[in-house]
Design a protein around this ligand. Structure first.
Ligand code: SAM
Ligand code: SF4
Length: 478
C-alpha cells in the first residue's frame, strides 16, 4: 500500500531525534521493484503539487535503474519546475567570514588538523570592503559562511549580519544587500534568538549524512561529532522564531538514496512539529580539499546526481533547490531544468576573495576546489542565452512571506504569480545598473519575450514598472 503524506502520519516531538535508520532501509526495501503504475501514481501526486511521502519517494529512488522510469521522472521534474518556478533562477553569492574551526571533518579544508590552512576572520573593515565589491557587481542576496569556533559566537554572527545590511554603496534600494542568509554551526535556542534579531533570511545547515555510522566515520572530533545536536539544530532555530531554514546533505559520504529519504524524513519532522517545511534543500557533492584525508567515498555520478535532483524536485514541490559552483559549468547549465531554483554566481571561497583581485585559486586558503569560476556577469549572460530569467528578488522575505505564511503562498502555486514578475523587475534593475551593453541588450530582449506570456492586466502593470526602472527607479517589488 502506497501512502500519501496525509495517510503516513508522523508523530514527532520538537527537539527529539527522529531519524530511524532501520525505518528508512525497510522503506527502501519495501518498494525495491516498483511497477510503472506505481511510478505514474506517485508522479501524478507530485504534479498536483502535493509533497510526497517517504514511501512514494522510495518508489522513485528505486526506479532509477529502469530507463523508462528514469525518463518519466526527469520529464515530470522538468514540467514541475516550469509550472511552479517558471523560467527564473535566483542568484546569490556566498561570503566566507572566517575559517577558524575546532572540528575535524575529514573532507574539509578548514578542519582543525589542517595546519596548512591559512586561517583568517574578516575584520569589520574587510567585511565592509567585501560587501562593497559584491554590491558593485549587482549582488543582492548573500549567504555568510563561518567555521565552527568560539570566535563565531551568536553575538559575533549577529554583528556581521548587521554590518552587511548597513553597508550600501549608492543609495537606499539600489546598491545594497537585501537578504543575508547564514550557514553556521548549530546554536542553542538563546544563541539562535540573538542571531534571529539581526534579521537573517534563511538559517542553513547541512547534516552532511543522516547515516549515523557514516557520520561518525567522517566527523573525527569536535562539537560536530555530536550527530543529534546537529540533527535537532532546526528545532532550536524554530523555537527561537527562525521559521526559514535550509537543509542539506554532502553527497559522496554515504549512500545517496538513503540520504534523500532522510532529507524527506527531516522535512516531515519540520512539518509535523512546526507546520512548515524547509525553505531550501542543498546537495553539495564532495570536492577535493586542502589536506583532505584518504577518504573512502561513495561517489554520486552525474546521472545519479541528475536523478537525485529530479526526485527531490518531485518530492518537495514548494522547496527551493540550490546548486552551487562546486559543479562544472556545463553540468550546472543542464541541471537547472530538472528543478534547480537557486544558484550562486561570481563565487569566491577565499576569505577576503572578493576584494583581492589576484588571479587563481590557492587551495590552502579555501574550503575546497570550485568548478565554476565564472563572474556574475558571465553567468547572467549564459542564463539569458538559455532563456532563464536571473532573479535578485528578496520580496517574500521583505514582505513577511516566510515560514508557515510563506508555505500558504507556495503550496497553492502562488510562487509563479509573485516570483516571475519580481524576477523580471529585479533583473531589469540589474541590467540598467550593472550589466555591460551586450548583456543589457540581450537581457531586455529576454524580458520582452517573457512579457508576452503574461495576461493583459499583469502585462500592462509590468510594462509601467519596467518603464520606471528604465528611468532610474529601483526596488519595485510585488
Ligand atoms: N562550519 C559549518 C558547518 O560545518 O556546518 C558551516 C560552514 S561549512 C564551511 C559549509 C558546508 O561546506 C559544509 O556543511 C559541508 O557540507 C560543505 N563542505 C565541506 N567540505 C567540503 C568539500 N570538501 N567539498 C564540498 N563541500 C564541502
Ligand atoms: Fe569546520 Fe564546517 Fe569544515 Fe567541518 S565542514 S571542518 S565544521 S568548517
Amino acid at each position: 500500500m502506497l501512502f500519501t503524506p496525509q495517510e503516513y502520519k508522523i508523530k514527532d516531538e520538537p527537539e527529539v531525534p527522529f531519524i530511524d535508520k532501520q525505518e528508512i532501509l525497510a522503506l527502501l526495501e519495501e518498494f525495491s521493484h516498483p511497477t510503472t503504475e506505481q511510478v505514474e501514481e506517485v508522479i501524478s501526486q507530485s504534479l498536483s503539487l502535493n509533497r510526497l511521502s517517504m514511501q512514494q519517494v522510495s518508489v522513485l529512488l528505486n526506479s532509477c535503474s529502469d530507463y523508462d522510469h528514469r525518463k518519466l521522472i526527469t520529464s515530470a521534474a522538468k514540467k514541475l519546475k516550469k509550472e511552479v518556478y517558471g523560467e527564473r533562477i535566483v542568484i546569490f553569492a556566498p561570503l566566507y567570514v572566517g575559517n577558524y574551526c575546532i572540528n575535524n571533518c575529514s573532507y574539509c579544508g578548514f578542519k582543525a588538523s589542517n595546519k596548512k590552512a591559512v586561517r583568517k576572520s574578516l575584520s569589520d573593515l574587510e567585511l565592509q570592503q567585501e560587501v562593497l565589491e559584491l554590491e558593485k557587481e549587482g549582488q543582492k542576496r548573500l549567504i555568510l559562511v563561518y567555521g565552527e569556533h568560539p570566535k563565531y559566537s551568536p553575538e559575533y554572527i549577529a554583528h556581521t549580519v548587521k554590518l552587511v545590511y548597513s553597508q550600501h554603496g549608492k543609495s537606499e534600494g539600489s546598491d545594497r544587500i537585501n537578504r543575508v542568509n547564514i550557514n553556521a554551526a548549530p546554536l542553542d535556542i538563546e544563541g539562535f534568538r540573538v542571531v534571529k534579531e539581526s534579521g537573517i533570511g534563511t538559517y542553513q545547515i547541512f547534516q552532511e549524512t543522516y547515516d549515523t555510522e557514516v557520520y561518525e566515520r567522517f566527523h573525527l572530533s569536535g562539537q560536530k561529532r555530536d550527530y543529534n545536536y546537529r540533527l535537532t539544530a532546526m528545532d532550536r532555530a524554530m523555537a527561537a522564531g527562525i521559521d526559514d531554514v535550509g537543509l542539506g546533505v554532502l553527497f559522496g559520504l554515504g549512500d545517496w538514496k538513503f540520504d534523500v529519504m532522510a532529507l524527506i524524513r527531516h522535512t516531515n519532522h519540520l512539518e509535523a512539529c512546526y507546520n512548515v517545511g524547509p525553505h531550501t534543500i542543498s546537495f553539495p557533492r564532495i570536492k577535493q580539499a586542502s589536506n583532505s584525508d584518504d577518504l573512502v567515498l561513495q561517489s554520486v555520478d552525474d546521472e545519479d546526481f541528475k536523478m537525485l535532483i529530479a526526485i527531490l524536485r518531485l518530492a518537495v514541490p514548494y522547496t527551493g533547490l540550490i546548486l552551487t559552483a562546486r559543479e562544472p559549468i556545463a553540468l550546472r547549465n543542464k541541471l537547472i531544468e530538472f528543478g534547480i531554483s537557486q544558484i550562486d554566481a561570481g563565487t569566491k571561497l577565499e576569505i577576503g576573495g572578493y576584494s583581492d583581485k589576484s588571479e587563481g585559486q590557492d587551495i590552502h586558503k579555501e574550503q575546497f576546489e570550485l568548478s565554476d569560476n565564472r563572474t556574475l556577469e558571465q553567468t547572467i549572460s549564459e542564463l539569458i542565452d538559455q532563456g532563464q530569467i536571473p532573479s535578485f528578488c528578496t520580496a517574500c522575505y521583505r514582505k513577511g512571506r516566510t515560514g508557515e505564511h510563506f508555505m500558504e503562498f507556495s503550496t497553492k502555486g502562488f510562487i509563479k504569480r509573485f516570483c516571475t514578475p519580481n524576477a523580471l523587475l529585479t533583473f531589469a534593475e540589474y541590467l540598467e545598473s550593472y550589466a555591460n551593453p551586450h548583456t543589457k541588450e540581450k537581457g531586455w530582449m529576454l524580458i520582452e519575450s517573457k512579457l508576452s506570456g503574461l495576461d493583459g492586466k499583469q502585462r500592462e502593470d509590468m510594462e509601467g514598472k519596467l518603464d520606471s526602472i528604465r528611468q532610474g527607479q529601483s526596488d519595485l517589488l510585488l
